[in-house]
Design a binder for this molecule. Sequence first.
Ligand code: ATP
Ligand code: GNG
Length: 219
Amino acid sequence: MYVAVAGNIGAGKSSLTRILAEYFGWGPFFESVDDNPYLADFYADMPRWSFNLQVYFLSSRFRHQKDIEREPISVVQDRSIYEDVEIFARNLHYMGLMDSRDYENYAALFAIMTAYLRPPDLLVYLRASVPTLVRQIQSRGRDFENGIRLDYLERLNGLYEDWIERYPHPKMVIETDTLDFVNEPEDRFQILSRVESRLYGLFPEPAASGAEMGKGDQG
Ligand SMILES: Nc1ncnc2c1ncn2[C@@H]1O[C@H](COP(=O)(O)OP(=O)(O)OP(=O)(O)O)[C@@H](O)[C@H]1O
Ligand SMILES: Nc1nc(=O)c2ncn([C@H]3C[C@H](O)[C@@H](CO)O3)c2[nH]1
């Protein structure tokens, strides 16, 4: 089983990845943030660092994908590789923060590298409004994200909506504005049951050994 959690900056992907991994006993794959050599520079000067950052994320996520394909156990991934090009790089190009030459170069590299990747068995998209994203980004308190502009988040949200509509593989959408699955056990239970039912619909065998609703750690 390979599940990916998708969503805008601060939507709650890492938190949900941790919760799913713990509950189902899956291996978690988190995106690299603390050891990312470009992220802080990127937020300080997007036009200068956008191409470098996209190539870094592409190589790091591609390595994860290959590791995931080799994993003997089920895994859950914090953000899918598809979001790099469909959401972030496209947005940087639209906003004039990555020029056409770099964008086309990056998109061609992305297409070559990802052509043979296996898509997730289920993609869980966390939908969150911009006020929720801002609140959650602030609550996490990464200094270099303080300058993220509202129009940047709004455009990313718009691209997420277009993409999730077109996304051709199994998916589910979770509205997170009124669900605090980090702090509220009932909300967490609600999400876990929805994911479990969706997986059961796709794969009528149990989603994970030892993880029956009502028996896991709900909180
Ligand atoms: N549904 C929620 N309700 C309340 N707080 C939440 C919720 N989801 C996440 N949070 C909080 O918001 C902050 C950001 O969450 P998290 O790091 O999981 O987001 P993310 O989507 O992984 O972000 P990024 O895109 O930057 O990696 C954390 O402090 C987390 O505890
Ligand atoms: N430009 C850009 N392209 C990406 O592919 C990408 N993936 C993640 N991020 C940013 C969002 C969070 O600040 C932080 C952690 O998710 O990294 C990205 N930024």
